[in-house]
Design a protein around this ligand. Sequence first.
Ligand SMILES: CC(C)(COP(=O)(O)OP(=O)(O)OC[C@H]1O[C@@H](n2cnc3c(N)ncnc32)[C@H](O)[C@@H]1OP(=O)(O)O)[C@@H](O)C(=O)NCCC(=O)NCCS
Length: 161
Amino acid sequence: MYEKGYRTVTYSRTEATHLLRYVDINGQNRLFGGKLLEWIDEIAGIAAMRHASMNVATVSIEHLEFKKGAFLNDTIVMIAYVTHVGRTSIEVRVDTWIEDPKTGMRTPINRAFLTEVCIDENGKPAPVPYGLKIETFEEQAKWEGAEERIEARRKRQREGF
Ligand SMILES: CC(C)(COP(=O)(O)OP(=O)(O)OC[C@H]1O[C@@H](n2cnc3c(N)ncnc32)[C@H](O)[C@@H]1OP(=O)(O)O)[C@@H](O)C(=O)NCCC(=O)NCCS
């Protein structure tokens, strides 16, 4: 059972897997970064919509780090979940790994934080209908990390970036 008015981090947790095919690969035989971005944007939107039970739009993708390349036939695993809820915005973290099919070992290749905004029927920002129920110290640390990112963004905006 979930507390009324709040949803847990687990509620929005979304996992996706992809087997890399020729259509996903660039001229250097690596996963095309734009394809990974598409998958990141999609899974983050799904996680945010699960949290809010309403439509969302991506307003920003931050801290996108390509740590390692991925290649043809690699198994890609992606996990997304909500880390922070504002008035109309929801931050989602997306981690991407390559999974070794023999051992199940996962090597991180990307981490991204996206901000999704709840959108009403007129395409305007709308309040997020559910708060985020923080249940662990780790979730609390991630919430605080999100607050630091929000503050850093506001500072950049004040400084005209
Ligand atoms: C999403 C959209 C409607 C928001 O409109 P807006 O005028 O920026 O709205 P606001 O300034 O009220 O900001 C809404 C929320 O987004 C947050 N936000 C705005 N700009 C942001 C940015 N660059 N990074 C992170 N968060 C941002 C605000 O802090 C606010 O959050 P809060 O209510 O939780 O405090 C508008 O930016 C838009 O239509 N963008 C295009 C979305 C899109 O088409 N995405 C690609 C396809 S999904």
